[in-house]
Every structure is written in C-alpha cells, then in structure tokens.
Design a protein around this ligand. Sequence first.
Ligand code: MN
Length: 493
Amino acid sequence: MDKHPTIENLLEKMTAYTNQSNLDLVRLAYDFAEKAHAGQTRKSGEPYIIHPLSTAMILTDMRIDPIIICAALLHDVPEDTNVTLEELNKNFGPEIASIVEGITKLGKLKYRGVERYIENLRKMFIAMAEDIRVMIVKFADRIHNLMTLDALPPPKQYRIALESLEIYAPIANRLGIGEMKGMLEDLAFKYIYPKEYEATILLKETKLKDKEQLLKNVQEQAKNEIGEAGIKIIDLHGREKKMYSLYQKMQRKDNDVAKIYDLVALRIIVPTIADCYASLGVIHKIWKPLKGRIKDYIAQPKPNGYRSLHTTVFVEDGEVVEFQIRTPEMHEEAEYGVAAHWHYDEFGARLPKKEIRWVKELADIQKNILNRLSDLEEIKVDFLQSRIFVFTPKGDVIDLPEGATPIDFAYHIHTDVGDKCVGAMINDQLTSLDTELRNGDVVEIIIDKNRKGPAQDWLKFVKTNTAKSHVKNYIKNKHSKLSDFFKYIKPGK
Ligand code: MN
C-alpha cells in the first residue's frame, strides 16, 4: 500500500471482485466522507480522509464486500463531524448506516483503566452478537491506527497497542480471522515489547536464511511426488510464522529455536478432503513424521473452526519441516474466519454464511460474563489485576486474572473439577499445573475421579481467591479430621 492511497487505488483493487454499480456506491461513500471530514487533519498532519480510506484499503486487500467498504469509508463521520446517522441513513440506506452506528457505539468509551478494559470488551461482545461486520471494520480501523501510531505520544501508543494485543487480537482469533489477528499482533508487538521485537526480527532472519535452500528442495520434491500420485495441487507455498506468534512460542519453548518446527511451514492446497489425506500419505512415504506432531484438525477442528492437516517430518541432516494441508475452502476460512462470508475469492464467489459455534454462544457468553461485569464494585475488587480470557475446549470463554494457572481455571469451572484435577492440556499440549495461562489459550482439565482433594503445594502458584480458599479449606478440614481421629486413640497407659 502506498503511503497515501487514493480513491482510484481503492476502486482499481475492487474492480477485480465487484461490479460497476458497487464501485459507484463506494465512490459516493468516499465523496461523502471526504466532504464531511474536510479541513480535519490527523495527529500526523495528514488530511483526515486518509484514515478512513486506508481502513477501507485494508479490507479491499482482503477482497471484502462493498457494503462493508462503504461503512469503512464512513466509519468516523457521525463521531467526528456534524453529519448525523440519519443523514447517512438517508443517503446510503439502513444497512450501511447501521454498521456505522455499531462502530460509533464501540468508539465511545467513558472509563479509564480496568473499567475501560471491561467496558470495551462488553461493547465488543454486544457488537459481535448484533452484526459481525461491525467488528470487521473495527479491526481494520485499529490496524490502520496501529500503522500510524508513531504520531501519538508514547503513553497513548502503549495503551492502544496493549488494547490491541489483549482485546482485539484475541477476539479476531476467536472469530477465526487469522489474517487480521496476525496484523494486529505484529503491529502492536514493537510498542509493547520493543527489545523482544528486535530480537525476534533478528532470530527470524538468521534462521530463515539458514533454511532457505533446504525448503526449496523439500518443496520441489513434495510437489513432484504429490503430482505423481495423481493429486492436483492448487497451490504450494511457504508461510513464515508471524513475529508475535513466534515470540510467544519461543517463550513457551524455553527460548530454544530448535524446538520451533513451524518457523516456516509448507502449505499445500488441494481440491478435496480425500486429496488432503492422500497428500499426507505421500509426505509420510517420503519423510518420517515426528511422533506426536501429526494433527488432524479436519476430523477435529480447533474451537475457532480452523481445519487443516498438520505434520512435521524429518528431512535431510536432522532438519524438520512442517506441512499444512488443506482445501481452498479451509484456506479461506483459516485466513478470514467469520469474515469469509463477506470475502470474495478469485472466482467472485463467497463462502456460505456459516454460524461459528462460538458466535452462536455469544448470547450465553453475554449473560454469563456481562452480567457479572456489570457490578462495578465487584469489578473493582476482582478485576484490579489485568485479565486474560481463555477458552474451554467447547469454546466457552473463561476470564481469569493474569498469571492464573490451570488450577484456577479448574476451580472456576467447578469445585469438583478443581479438587480432582491431575493434569492440563493447553492448546492440545500436556502442561504442568503451575503453567501460567495466556490470553486465548484453550484449556482442558484432566481429572482423576479417585483423587481425594487438592495438594497443599498448589497454594504456591494459584492466583484466584476461589482456588486459594478451596485449597485452604480442604487442608484445614483434613487436619481437623485427623485430629478428631487422634482424639479417639488415647495415649498408652
Ligand atoms: Mn477510525
């Protein structure tokens, strides 16, 4: 994208996937927004219209529906100009006006600090339940704000970047919009962890250079043999791991880059599900797979709907390479998630509107979380620490204080789950019970029905009051039962 995109650039990109009457509508929306914002400038000194135009441009790169592009062009009009929502309604109809209204509602945050965080989340949950398109524009709006963050004073940079990492990116992830989640994280990363950001760039560059030739060879061989097996390859490309995601994984793997197998993954797109499994077979016939690294997300999709086959194989010189195998439909879903319905593929087709389970459950989530969050007094006591949002394997959202462990999670679910907890899977990986959970983790608790109760040791690392008090109570009761028992055993004569 040019530093200053123009409406011509935008329309030109859209010609690839939409018709003339839609292009006319988009131009009208642009002219309207430009007039409304006339004379306004951004902190950087640029004319204000650059911002809504760039927001629309980000969505155009994703080949998003023209109605949403119009809403993106108009998204700051009611908030920042004299033009009202009614006027938008009159000029562009209720559909565009209601998306813009949703975005305007998200923008008005009254609180600061923790309360702001919660208010923000609550509003986003409501917006998502009402119209996902509002969030699609909001993500693009935030992405452009992050791209131009340098113009703001450092404390504001930090706040916006943190909010993006802690609220926007996890929600984009939950909605399956991998493309936007990655952009939000990588843009916010350098403002929150500048040193780690630099180190990650360096690490990535060095490692990638080392692997370049190897990957080329592997890619070539895979292509030939899959082709020889009679499978039509639609696309085979390397995808580099995103910066922030690499940084997070490094932390989980004791900063040992040798343990990161998917720095670059080779992605194979084939026509059908049967082709996916057949290609996996071909790959395993050429190279030996690593134990425990074959993942069938087609038979068992991730909670956010992600589907693919993953495998990591040994290639030459003890090097390993990860493959991700999927159909074009799975690929669109992985990049665009719920937004896939409003995204046009190269043939001008859209995926059917798919209800993602999590979106369906939003109503419940709202009831459960939002009602609890509405008691501000409780929030002050319970939410003073920053919060993380983690998920059950079914996709239910559980909110916990930062630093919380699987034990805290278990007690949050149910006392019995806590008492009988013996292990935990975080994002499908078996982990120890004192592992700190991170935003967006999917946590599964392993219980042993025969377990008597919690261990005293747990007090060393649990974070929530609920977990602490359960463990303490149990220990107290156990001791009092023991002393009761000893009362009956009289000392010898
Ligand atoms: Mn904006």
